[in-house]
Design a protein around this ligand. Structure first.
Ligand SMILES: [Zn+2]
Length: 261
């Protein structure tokens, strides 16, 4: 089945796609957090809130940070502990609860849920892995490209977000763009807009200055083809807490990926 996003419309997170000349609009949020790791809000409350207003959802536990900086800086010890302890909690008991609840709330045709998780990276930028299978495991990886390599034979997306930060400081690195694993990129969230370095920047959270090189327009200038999405990156257990529409002229064929929605 061929599905087109045309124009790719976005939003927090909305897909519009044409199928047999009919337009279908679905609302969802595939990047957001609860207290499963180091965000806030009960996981079940998050699913219940999402079910009230969304068609599809992936709650997204923070899962790993290969190459986490600061190991030789005692001032950053608490930061490392904060992240490391959350990752350990996820593996000890959180992941299994997460998978069970994601399956529990999945209701074909009404409220579709996905297994996802987030990987931080100073070098490549933060990414979210979104899996089609509700039995998808938490794949351990030493880097973002390593994660893509390990997921390449599965139905999964690996999507960069908050792309407009500085490269090397968790902004996006277009040299690592892999179109087979990354049919779309996240250009809007609580980190603001990464369309380019000049647009609105109503971010609810900031990790530093904005830089053009990682942005959407920079990728288009390099000749890459991709779609764009918005997610909330909500950290309070309330997926789909806001919605923005953006229109652009990117065309993408995502074939079998979205056919399951
Ligand atoms: Zn996130």
């Amino acid at each position: 089945m061929k599905i087109k996003l045309l124009p790719v419309v976005f939003l927090f997170s909305t897909f519009i796609f044409s199928q047999k000349n009919e337009n279908h609009i679905y609302f969802g949020d595939i990047h957001n957090h609860c207290n499963l790791t180091y965000a806030h809000g009960d996981m079940r409350d998050a699913f219940e809130a999402a079910k009230q207003q969304l068609d599809f959802l992936s709650l997204t536990p923070h899962a790993m940070w290969p190459g986490m900086p600061g190991k030789d800086d005692s001032r950053l010890a608490w930061v490392i502990d904060y992240h490391s302890q959350a990752f350990a909690r996820l593996r000890k008991e959180g992941w299994s609860k997460y998978v069970v609840m994601t399956k529990e709330y999945n209701e074909d045709g009404k409220f579709v849920t996905f297994i996802g998780y987030e990987i931080h990276s100073m070098v490549y930028g933060d990414h979210v892995a979104l899996n089609y299978s509700l039995d998808a495991p938490l794949v351990e990886a030493t880097s973002v490209p390593d994660l893509m390599e390990k997921l390449k034979n599965t139905k999964a997306f690996v999507t960069p977000h908050h792309m407009g930060y500085l490269e090397g400081y968790r902004g996006y690195n277009w040299r690592s763009f892999n179109p087979s694993m990354t049919p779309f990129v996240e250009i809007y969230s609580r980190h603001g807009l990464a369309e380019d370095d000049l647009g609105d920047f109503p971010n609810l959270h900031t990790m530093g200055p904005r830089n053009f090189e990682g942005t959407m327009v920079s990728g288009l200038n390099k000749g890459f083809k991709f779609g764009v999405i918005g997610s909330t990156d909500q950290h309070a257990g309330y997926p789909g807490s806001y919605c923005v529409w953006v229109h652009c002229s990117v065309e993408i064929q995502i074939n079998h990926y979205i056919s399951s929605i």
